[in-house]
Design a protein around this ligand. Structure first.
Ligand SMILES: [Zn+2]
Ligand SMILES: [Zn+2]
Length: 352
């Protein structure tokens, strides 16, 4: 095992470099993994810009990255009891919850009531060091066996795929439903696949970026160009005036949240995963009188294992959203590509 490794280190907002840092050591019920692929998430871009001061990350310098795959390089004490061996291929996720609080006991570890409490809870790449490095240490609760049929690159998109499935599950999509999705980024597109997996009959992607609209159409979804007119009126027209049974809100800006509520059929349900950075005015009268439901969706909770066979079967098409690949040393170029709406970037894989 080498003593040092390459890591992407954020020094302060918008200032980062590749540094040679010490290889971390796996503690009890943790493993050290050789990271083979890590995917850039919208949260990484926010975090690098310093959009969540004092929260994600709690302080600088900081190593981000939380959507990754690789192989186990060393076992911390106790991890072998769970069956882990050196060389096992794994996909990682970020929430290392306490496992003891009421929400964890109920299986909703994404809502751990000890979130961020030192010694009880970690969120890799958010509150503690992440996977944008040659090696990462993570707890056994946050690694999942990667089937031989899936590449490390695909493995790095299992975490967002699990989130897409979680959003569709929270949306409680029933067979035959008509589903609209705001935002054709990775979660929106994979959310479309998740909606189909749950039996949706029609899936309508709402987006304004021409490249993403083309991608959504190429993946077989109906599309609405929100720059071409009022998307609520268009979706109502497309559904005989009724609106859609479920909206997956994957864009996270006030307008898209309002569209989502506006295009719901009576009794419809909106599952929101996009996180607006400001307050949003909600049409409460409609929500009350039409018995609409609005639910939040945070990360995933139990979907990591469930989504992998769906990816293997080609029903959750992670390859279709993987658009670029860079080495970790070219992270600056990778991030610039990710942040450029004209680049066609959806999921960018970085190889440490
Ligand atoms: Zn992410
Ligand atoms: Zn907990």
């Amino acid at each position: 095992m080498p003593a040092t490794m390459q890591a992407l280190v954020i020094l302060e907002p918008n200032k980062f470099e590749i540094q040679e840092v010490s290889v971390p050591t796996a503690g009890p019920n943790e493993v050290l993994a050789r990271v083979r692929a890590v995917s850039i998430c919208g949260t990484d871009a926010h975090l690098i810009r310093g959009d969540y001061p004092g929260f994600w990350p709690p302080s600088f310098p900081f190593i981000p990255g939380h959507e990754w795959a690789g192989e186990i390089a060393a076992l911390g004490p106790g991890s072998e009891l769970y069956g882990w061996k050196v060389g096992d291929r794994v996909a990682g996720t970020s929430h290392d919850a306490c496992g003891v609080c009421q929400k964890c006991v109920e299986g909703r570890y994404n809502l751990c009531e000890n979130y961020g409490r030192p010694g009880l809870h970690k969120q890799y790449g958010h509150s503690v060091q992440g996977a944008d490095a040659t090696y990462v240490v993570q707890g056994v609760k946050t690694i999942f066996p990667l089937p031989d049929g899936l590449s490390f690159d695909e493995g790095a998109v299992i975490d967002p795929a699990s989130i897409a499935l979680h959003v569709a599950n929270r949306g409680n999509i029933a067979p035959g439903d008509t589903v609209a999705i705001t935002g054709a980024g990775a979660i929106g597109l994979l959310g479309g696949d998740a909606a189909r997996i749950r039996g949706a009959a029609r899936i309508i992607l709402i987006e304004r970026n021409p490249g993403r609209l083309a991608k959504a159409a190429a993946m077989g979804f109906e599309t609405v160009d929100s720059s071409a007119g009022d998307p609520v009126a268009t979706v109502r027209e497309m559904t005989g005036g009724f609106g859609v049974d479920v909206v997956l809100e994957c864009a996270g800006v006030p307008a898209t949240v309002q569209w989502a509520i506006g295009m719901l059929r009576r009794g419809g349900r909106c599952a929101a995963v996009g996180i607006p950075t400001q307050g949003v005015e909600i049409a409460m009268q409609r929500l009350v009188l039409d018995e609409l439901e609005l639910v939040g969706c945070r990360a995933s909770a139990g979907e990591m294992r469930r989504v992998m066979p769906l990816v293997e079967q080609g029903r959750m098409r992670v390859r279709d959203v993987m658009t670029h690949r860079f080495t970790l040393t070219d992270y600056e170029q990778a991030l610039a590509t990710f942040n450029n709406p004209a680049s066609g970037a959806i999921k960018i894989i970085v190889a440490p």
